[in-house]
Design a protein around this ligand. Sequence first.
Ligand code: KG4
Ligand code: ZN
Length: 331
Amino acid sequence: MTIVLGIESSCDETAAALVDGDRRILAQAIASQEAEHAPYGGVVPEIAARAHATRMAPLIEKVLKEAELGLKEVDAIAATAGPGLIGGVMVGLVSAKALAMASDTPLLAINHLEGHALSPRLADASLEFPYALLLVSGGHCQILRVEGVGKYQRLATTIDDALGEAFDKSAKILGLGYPGGPAMEKLALEGDPEAVPLPRPLVGSGEPHFSFAGLKSAVLRAAESGEHKPADIAASFQQAAVDCILDRMRIALRNMGPVNALVVAGGVAANKAIRAALEELATEHGLAFTAPPLPLCTDNAAMIAWAGIERLAAGGSADPLDISARPRWPL
Ligand code: KG4
Ligand code: ZN
C-alpha cells in the first residue's frame, strides 16, 4: 500500500498528513495562524513564514508518531511547491527536501491548486474524471475542468480579487473580524438581500471570468453612506456573490466539454447560500453535486499527500532536489 507524507505551508496553515492509497488519512495535524494575522485583518507574509518555520518540524514529527510510522515506511514526501506566499512555500519545500535526502525517499513537488483540484476524489471514491470544479478561497477563484491527473483545463480566473478576499475585505469594512467569510454569512442571515443595490461585475460577459474588486468598493460606499444596516449590506453582498458565481458557472459549463459532476472546493465552499445555489445549478444541468468535507476544502496537507498518491498511481515520477518554490504557478 502506497503511503505519502504531505506538507502544506502556502498561506496561513502549517499542515502535515499521512495518507494511503486506500484514501485513509492515517494522521494529520494542522496549526492555524489565524490569531497571529487577525490584528492585521489579513495574512502578513513575513509573520506567516516565521510561524511555518517554527511549527513545521514538530508537526511532521507528530503525524509520524501518531501513525506509528518512520520515514522508511513512507513511499514519497509530497510538499506544496507553489503557488503561494513564497516564504511559507520555501519552509515546507525545504523541509520536504531535507527529509527526502536524509531518508532517501522520493520528493514530489505539488502544485497547491492540484491538491485542491484532486481533493474531492480523496473524499469520494466514486468521483470520476472529468468534473467541473469551482475553486473559491481567500487566494484562488477559478473554474477548472479536471480531466485527469496533470490534466486541467482552466476556464476562468479572477481578474482582481478572489471571492474569499472580497468576503474578508467587505467584512473588514463592516467592522467584522478576520477571517470575514463566516462572520459575513452569519450577519447576512439577519439582513435583506435586496436592500442594497450592488453591482454584479462581469455578469453577462461571454468569458466566465470573475471580478470582485468593484463589488467590494460598492460595499465600502454603501457602508460610508450611513443609509444601510450592516446586516442588509452583508446579505446584499452575499446575494451579489451568489449571482456572479451562478452566471459565471453557467457560461463555464456551456464552454467546457461534458462532465460527470459539479464540485466546489476552497474555504468559501463553507458558505451555505453558495452551496445551495450551486447544488441547484447542478440539478438543473443533470449533474451530481459534491463538495469535500470542510477540513479537506480549506488548506490542508491531506490533499497534498493525496495529489502525490494520484501522481504515483498514474505512473508519474519524483522531482529533483533542486526544484524551486514558485510564488506563481498556474495549473
Ligand atoms: O481555503 P482557505 O482556508 O484558504 C485559502 O485562502 O487558501 O479559504 C479561506 C477563505 C477566507 O477568505 C474566508 O473568509 C473564506 O474562505 N470563508 C468563507 C466562509 N468560510 C470561510 N467565505 C464565505 N462564507 C463562509 N462561510
Ligand atoms: Zn488553498
